[in-house]
Design a protein around this ligand. Structure first.
Ligand SMILES: OC[C@H]1O[C@H](O[C@H]2O[C@H](CO)[C@@H](O)[C@H](O)[C@H]2O)[C@H](O)[C@@H](O)[C@@H]1O
Length: 674
């Protein structure tokens, strides 16, 4: 597609003009700006551009989704128009991060540390929920638990419990890994540091209160200085601060010590110094601070429970919008560690359901089939604990479902805090959330679930049907343009008309009926296939570029999923666009934000214009290097929107996939025989 100068000028005007652009770069799909003042962005003007598929602000960067193959042309034109200089990704990142205040940076850092360990603790929470069912009284039998009634199940429950609580018992090791990685040190040393803090020779933090009352806390005596020999199970702050120190010492030494003796010097000194400081100063001080913070929070919620419930329950969905919600994971974890349960997490689960219920109601209001479908699927996702598709895809666009979701969640929050409902762990949010609630409080929690299902659903339905009819129809058009992206022009670097050679390789297309062919797309990587909403990048997760699936890779190879022409290899080699004989284009984007590696972790085995055979190696990537840079490896495989020959895209069920064997997507084509 040719780029019109006037369209690019419109984007420049929409982002506040040339003078508002401090730095600009692009990745495979988006223009990334560091803007002087984001308030100057004219969103209506931006959204009215046919080139723009979406926009959002993240980590101080304003990102405008254009789409693969087109974005570089738009960028070139933009540079030509503004006369600005080309910035590197790092320059834009640095310029953008300068705009964040220290609090924003701290929040972001905390979220960056907790997001990678989320799957482990959610899994633990789910398993603990199973243990709760087996061991909780009054669930199946009055006053007795299942294992009391059937003692032969006792050890099964005990094994489940052991497996379940391992991630919590050794939580400092998980945090140590993630934090040291985030702070630029060796993740392995982070794990060791975390394990040091929960070594079995130490008095477990869980036994601290009792030992303190009995006066039996063991101590080390360092030349008369008595140090309590205690572990930091379930604690967050001690390992976070120690991890920061460890990474700083390691990096400091790494720059100064000769390569030949690095192994002997860097890690041993870094670990020894950090270990000593962790037990002598960091641990005791941060332990006390963490206890003071949690006691303060508990006190506030005990004194003004309804207000706490109203605010946290009501505004949790807003925290999700800002991305700040993951920061509260640290608070949940700390509350579980020091108080035995968290009163925040149950409200999270209800908030998820509330947004899901509001989105579900929209399914009965919307007329347009695509947005209706989006409302249905996104509500299921929210009921299972992931709300972004419902919030961004539906609720926030129409505003009132989002607000009614917040109202329902606030009422649910008040109920939970008044009744002091606690979660014993962080589990799967949404409806399965009840598994993580102490079973003796399920009754109240289920009433809360009823409230957050009925209130947002009912209010949204009534308002949508009666008062908001006109508004809904108008918004539907906008939503369609923004979310479902109807008029997306895809890249056409090599021409969309099938070549003669390509037509010869049409055997991958299955003829299913007279009008429609199905192109089955095999996995280009071996690993675990997941739905796009799991991708930690809204441009992919919200399908702003198109439908598809993502793979969590098991090895570092990307192969061609079908006979194809290489339409594009991104300069930094982390993404490739292939074109099938039918003209269908597919984007394979290895990892998230991997553009920042500037190709260092990637080897490309193909060039633009190459003809490749199914199974042929396209790219190789170094998984460790990508992980060490703190970047997710998850690889979206996208069918960019706007390809006129495509009637629909179906995703296969998530799960283990093998490169070139497993079908991951089925692309329905309008017949190209006519
Ligand atoms: O904090 C624990 C919960 O974390 C996830 O849910 C939260 O993050 C999601 C992704 O950003 C968001 O969609 C959801 O609204 C948040 O509650 C996870 O999905 C939950 O299962 C988990 O309990």
């Amino acid at each position: 597609m040719a780029i019109e100068r006037k369209d690019v000028e419109q984007i420049i005007r929409a982002v506040g003009g040339k003078d508002n652009i401090e730095a600009a770069t692009h990745c495979v799909t988006r223009l990334r700006f560091a803007l002087v003042d984001e308030d100057k962005v004219d969103k209506n003007l931006l959204e009215s551009s046919d080139l723009v598929k979406g926009h959002f602000s993240s980590q101080g960067q304003f990102q405008v989704v254009i789409g693969p193959g087109l974005v570089d042309k738009v960028y070139d034109e933009m540079i030509a128009i503004t006369g600005g200089s080309r910035s590197s990704k790092d320059e834009v990142k640095n310029a953008a991060s300068k705009k964040q205040n220290p609090l924003q940076r701290a929040i972001k850092t905390l979220a960056d540390i907790f997001i990678p360990i989320l799957p482990a603790i959610v899994t633990s929470g789910l398993l603990l929920g199973i243990n709760n069912i087996l061991t909780g009284p009054d669930i199946f039998f009055a006053g007795r638990s299942l294992v009391e009634e059937y003692p032969q199940w006792t050890d099964i429950a005990s094994i489940i419990n052991l497996i379940a609580n391992t991630a919590f018992t050794f939580l400092p090791a998980l945090i140590g890994w993630s934090a040291v990685m985030r702070f630029g040190g060796s993740p392995l040393l982070g794990i060791v540091l975390g394990l040091i803090l929960v070594h079995p020779d130490l008095l477990s933090a869980y036994g601290y209160a009792e030992a303190s009352t009995k006066g039996t806390i063991p101590v080390w005596n360092l030349f008369g200085w008595e140090i309590e020999k205690i572990g930091y199970q379930g604690q967050v702050l001690p390992v976070l601060v120690s991890a920061y120190l460890l990474a700083r010492i390691e990096r400091f030494l790494d720059k100064r010590v000769m390569d030949s003796i690095k192994l002997l010097v860097v890690a041993p000194i870094a670990l020894l110094v950090t270990g000593f400081l962790a037990f002598t100063i960091i641990g005791p001080v941060t332990f006390a601070i963490a206890n003071a913070i949690t006691s303060g929070l508990v006190h506030v919620f005990n004194t003004l429970p309804a207000l706490g419930g109203l605010l946290y329950g009501g505004f949790y969905a807003l925290l999700v919008v800002t991305g700040m919600h993951h920061t509260f994971l640290a608070v949940d974890v700390q509350l579980i560690g020091s108080e035995g349960g968290t009163f925040l997490w149950p409200m999270l689960a209800l908030s998820n359901i509330a947004q899901g219920a509001a989105a579900l109601a929209m399914m009965f209001i919307l007329k347009d089939q695509k947005t209706k479908g989006l409302a249905a699927t996104s509500s299921v996702s929210a009921f299972l604990g992931v709300t972004e598709p419902a919030i961004f895809g539906v609720n926030i666009r129409y505003k009132y479902p989002f607000i009614f979701g917040m109202i329902g969640s606030a009422i649910g929050g008040i109920l939970l805090t008044l009744k002091s409902v606690l979660a014993s762990s962080i589990g799967v949010g949404g409806i399965p959330g009840f598994l993580s609630i102490f079973p003796n409080q399920w009754g109240v929690f289920f009433i809360g679930m009823g409230i957050v299902l009925v209130v947002p659903f009912g209010l949204t339905l009534i308002y949508g049907k009666i008062a908001g009819r006109g508004q809904t129809e108008a918004a539907a058009e906008t939503a369609n343009r923004e979310v479902v992206v109807e008029k997306v022009e895809t890249a056409d670097p090599v021409g969309t008309k099938p070549s003669a050679e390509h037509v010869a390789s049409r055997n991958t297309v299955v003829i299913t009926d007279n009008a429609v062919d199905v192109l089955e797309i095999h996995a280009p990587l071996t690993g675990q296939a997941v739905t796009l909403d799991k991708v930690p990048d809204p441009a992919f997760a919200e399908k702003q570029m198109g439908q598809g699936i993502a793979i969590e890779p098991q090895d570092g190879r990307v192969t061609a999923p079908f006979d194809a022409k290489v339409a594009h290899v991104i300069k930094s080699k982390h993404a490739v666009i292939l074109e099938h004989a039918t003209g269908v284009q597919i984007l394979i984007h290895v990892g998230i934000n991997t553009v920042s590696l500037k190709g260092s972790a990637f080897t490309s085995h193909v060039n633009i214009g190459d003809e490749v055979k199914a199974g042929q190696l396209l790219l190789e990537f170094d998984r460790e290097a990508i992980r060490a840079a703190g970047l997710p490896l998850i690889t979206p495989i996208i069918i960019p929107d706007g390809q006129e020959m495509i009637v629909g895209v179906e995703e296969e069920a998530p799960g283990a996939v093998t490169a070139n064997r497993s079908v991951i997507l089925k692309v329905r084509l309008s017949s190209y025989t006519d």
